[in-house]
Design a protein around this ligand. Structure first.
Ligand code: SF4
Length: 258
């Protein structure tokens, strides 16, 4: 099956997040109302205490969602929005996926939209770092499945024969002077991040892995580039070297891009 990656729309994720926020707000109010009589029997202050706690959580999440929307439509947003914004995304994301399922929206479409939103937010931070502070992380499925060379331990074992994207990726990252790791899974990816301590990550993966990776590694900035899957998932995948090069250049201090 040929899998083409269509240009994702940020508005899909934003609409689902807004709907999730509304649902979360109504549910929180419902929980408070239902528990009110029981709590009032214990103490007259308890319902108001619970109301204050739940109200604060809902307000922080709402501020986060407003922060995301303002940043997406181009308003300069202060740094303190970023924490609540990511907390809001992490909390509301499962609800957004649930709503998407209810409306028969493809999960991968929602994840692509989320990645687009996340990339946009990272780009807006205008992070500029040295090449040795950037890590390019790629999944192992990008290697030709019949290739005999072990590249997960050392990417330089690739013979750059051109049969898969690995050779071009090694060449590109070498030219740019950035780290490259090709990993077999999330655990290994986390180990590489821990060892190299990069200031930013450019992750190549499918929708599911990018979504969880971006959420897991917060506050480390991660820009995601979706892989292409002409042979289906997890087998002989590819990536656009132009898009990876562009994403690398966006991170690097201009003088060191030469
Ligand atoms: S480019 Fe490298 S990894 Fe890909 S098939 Fe050739 S030697 Fe193997």
């Amino acid at each position: 099956m040929f899998n083409t990656v269509t240009r994702p729309k940020k508005r899909l994720f934003l609409a689902l997040i807004l709907a999730s926020l509304l649902l979360a707000g109504l549910s929180t109010y419902g929980i408070w109302r239902v528990s009110f009589p029981g709590l009032a029997n214990i103490s007259t202050y308890l319902p108001f205490l619970l109301g204050a706690v739940l109200g604060t959580v809902v307000i922080v999440i709402t501020v986060g969602v407003i922060g995301i929307i303002l940043a997406i439509i181009g308003f300069p947003t202060p740094g303190f929005f970023q924490g609540p914004a990511w907390s809001a995304i992490n909390l509301l994301f499962p609800l957004a996926l649930m709503l998407g399922k209810l409306f028969d929206i493809d999960k991968e479409r929602i994840e692509r939209s989320f990645i687009e939103v996340s990339n946009h937010l990272v780009k807006r931070k205008r992070i500029k770092i040295r090449p040795d502070q950037l890590l390019v992380l790629s999944p192992h499925c990008i290697q030709l499945d019949t290739c005999p060379h072990k590249i997960t331990q050392n990417v330089n074992n690739c013979q750059r024969c051109g049969a898969c994207t690995v050779g071009a990726l090694v060449k590109l990252t070498e030219e740019k002077g950035v780290h490259l790791a090709i990993v077999t899974g999330g655990t290994l990816a986390r180990q590489v991040v821990k060892r190299l301590r990069p200031k930013a990550v450019l992750a190549i993966a499918c929708e599911r892995d990018l979504t969880s990776g971006i959420q897991d590694t917060f506050p480390l900035p991660v820009v995601g580039v979706l892989n292409e899957r002409p042979h289906g998932p997890c087998c002989n995948t590819r990536v656009s070297i132009e898009r990876v090069a562009e994403a690398i250049d966006n991170f690097l201090i201009p003088a060191q891009m030469k």
